[in-house]
Design a protein around this ligand. Structure first.
Ligand SMILES: [Zn+2]
Length: 333
């Protein structure tokens, strides 16, 4: 028993020692592997983190560079736009009146085009006089307001504009009844004579002198009146040109077409019967050197016609339609 037990105990005790040794070995190996694995993992993490950091730093650097570039680009762009605006904003347009003196140029569709705008009459001659309640309506004041609105519209498209008749203190006015005055001057700053022929010659002389100065440019003369002959019935908008001027005729036709489509849009039930005809007998049509269109916007004495002129919005619409026609003519020259 003892023998059996002893060896068995011996074996057992020896076995225990071996087992302990193996366990210690396994544990050591395990921790070594684990440490190695951890170390490797740590190394991998460090490497990954480092590379992440590197990428992040690179990205940051890149994005900063991009951001800086974009900011610089934006700043340059803003500067350029500002400079362009500054260049395009006409500053000497005080005659447009308070709030309109600076014209913001919207595009350059009419760049290179030169316009001579002459509203009918002015100075000591008010033109036709209409009556509206207790008020007197002067042709020259209404023709002037449409003309100055046209000047602004043309300048908004980059055109060069000469106001041949100019009022030193009346800009664009929004009132229904426009105050009558007699202080208009002819370009550049001449007193307007009362004599009919002298007044018209003063106008065409000024235009022809400027026409020589701009000899290479596209130039057009537009004169606007509000005293159509046919009093009594509803009077439409008529366009006259020189009989021998094909260019003048084409100009008149383009504006006429713009009025037809303008009326179709704004008053679809209205029958627009305005026409384009030659009327070389008109002094300004006969004597102006640039191709000329003479526009009769209606008759200020006609009660029905007065509606076309009393509202500022209507006067603006007339100016816009003329401007659209002029743009078409410039585009298709
Ligand atoms: Zn007139």
């Amino acid at each position: 028993m003892t023998l059996f037990t002893k060896p068995s105990q011996k074996f057992s005790s020896g076995n225990q020692t071996w087992l302990l040794r193996i366990l210690i070995l396994l544990f050591t190996l395990g921790s070594c592997y684990s440490a190695l694995a951890n170390g490797e993992r740590n190394y991998a993490t460090i490497r990954a983190n480092h590379s992440k950091k590197r990428v992040a730093a690179k990205t940051y650097k890149h994005s900063t560079r991009l951001k800086a570039r974009s900011v610089a680009h934006k700043a340059a762009k803003t500067k350029a736009v500002k400079a362009e605006r500054k260049e395009n904003t006409t500053s000497s347009m005080a005659f447009l009146g308070a709030g309109n003196a600076r014209v913001a140029v919207r595009d350059q569709h009419l760049r290179g085009a030169v316009y001579y705008l002459a509203s009918g009459h002015g100075g000591p001659d008010p033109g036709a006089i209409g009556h509206y309640g207790n008020y007197a309506l002067a042709e020259d004041e209404y023709a002037y307001d449409v003309t100055i609105r046209l000047a602004r519209a043309l300048m908004e498209h980059g055109a060069t504009v000469y106001m041949i008749v100019r009022d030193p203190n009346d800009g664009i006015r929004n009132e229904k009844v426009l105050k009558i005055d007699h202080d208009e001057v002819a370009y550049p700053n001449q007193r307007i004579p009362l004599n009919h022929t002298m007044r018209l010659r003063q106008c065409t002389d000024a235009v022809n002198k400027l026409h020589r100065k701009h000899k290479e440019a596209y130039q057009r003369m537009v004169t606007i009146h509000v005293d159509s002959r046919s009093e009594g019935q509803t009077i439409d908008v008529f366009f006259y040109h020189h009989e021998q001027s094909k260019v003048g005729q084409r100009l008149a036709k383009h504006i006429h077409k713009s009025f037809k489509s303008g009326y179709k849009r704004s008053q679809p039930t209205r029958n627009y019967s305005g026409t384009v005809t030659d009327r070389t007998s008109l002094y300004v049509v006969r004597n102006s050197h640039p191709p000329t269109v003479f526009i009769e916007l209606g008759n200020i004495r006609n009660e029905k016609d007065q509606r076309r002129f009393l509202l500022a919005d209507n006067r603006q619409a007339l100016a816009n339609w003329i401007c659209t026609g002029l743009q078409t003519d410039y585009r298709k020259q």
